[in-house]
Write a protein that binds this ligand. Structure first.
Ligand code: HEC
Ligand code: HEC
Length: 234
């Protein structure tokens, strides 16, 4: 009879220890976010509501990361970050006059911190749980399909004027927006449909224009972005 309480105590202590271990593993990602990312990224919302707040933004908003990014891309990018916005978050702060036209002032642009594989995984897991804006995305809004690169490029450049702000390959295209040659690998298709339809629904002050694209054009542009990513992976 004497042994029973002992066993119970050991069992209770064991369970407590087990759940402490579990909580630590789960908290790691959040701790990393708080200590290493929150200084530059908005993790809780809302998006900037004034131009001043837009200009002061140090990194892209991540409070709807789970509706925006592809997890696999994020986990890989965080280990080996490449530049997405050729002239940084705020174009005007990172250009200087060049002989022919404005040039990017590389000295003013910092490299993004790189994470270990374990940290990248932990952080991606918690970021993918941030799902603000779910009201704006419809699962299955994008229907997979194809487009020729010449038709896609014509839409992106001539008809819709997207090329003025976005690079479709390194060194070709505008510099004020994010490059789009990895957008298909980086961003969820249903998010792209939603964002291209109404960028200001996600980011009220963004310079990305609402081009009032038709449903057909939205689908075609996402086919094209996917094609660009496939080509840039080759
Ligand atoms: C010193 C400021 C700074 C810190 C600290 C920082 N970031 Fe960033 N982050 C940026 C900037 C600026 C960009 C945009 C990079 C680009 O466009 O090339 C970015 C881009 C990203 C992106 C890609 C999103 C997109 O749309 O471009 C992710 C994901 C990201 N950061 C996650 C993190 C995480 C996770 C941490 C913490 C471990 C972190 N960042 C720490 C400034 C920072
Ligand atoms: C006046 C410049 C401008 C034009 C024209 C423009 N964009 Fe943008 N675009 C932007 C800016 C600025 C952003 C958001 C930047 C950010 O989040 O840091 C953006 C964001 C995007 C994104 C999301 C990229 C990401 O990584 O979050 C896509 C995709 C995109 N634009 C596609 C297009 C398409 C397609 C067109 C033509 C229909 C177009 N853009 C026209 C400036 C422009």
């Amino acid at each position: 009879m004497k042994r029973r309480p002992n066993l119970t105590i050991r069992f209770v202590a064991g369970t407590a220890l087990f759940s402490v271990v579990l909580t630590c593993a789960a908290a790691d990602g959040e701790q990393l976010l708080a200590s290493r990312c929150a200084g530059c990224h908005n993790l809780t919302g809302p998006a900037p509501a004034t131009l001043q707040a837009l200009w002061d933004r140090k990194g892209p908003d991540l409070f709807y990361a789970g509706n925006k990014y592809k997890a696999l891309w994020m986990q890989q990018w965080l280990q080996k970050p490449t530049r997405i916005r050729p002239a940084g978050m705020f174009y005007a702060a990172h250009i200087k006059p060049g002989p022919k036209s404005d040039e990017i002032d590389d000295a003013t642009l910092d490299k993004h911190p790189a994470l270990s594989p374990e940290d990248a995984k932990a952080v991606t897991a918690v970021l993918m749980q941030r799902k603000s804006g779910s009201d704006f995305v419809t699962a299955g809004a994008y229907t997979p399909g194809t487009i020729s690169s010449s038709t896609g490029e014509m839409m992106f450049d001539k008809f819709r004027g997207c090329l003025a702000c976005h690079e479709i390959e390194p060194g070709f295209g505008g510099l004020s927006g994010p490059e789009v040659y990895t957008a298909g690998a980086r961003l969820q298709e249903d998010y792209l449909i939603s964002y291209l339809r109404n960028p200001q629904a996600w980011d009220p002050k963004t310079f990305m224009p609402n081009k009032h694209l038709s449903d057909t054009d939205l689908q075609k542009l996402v086919h094209y972005l996917r094609l660009l990513s496939e080509e840039s992976e080759r």
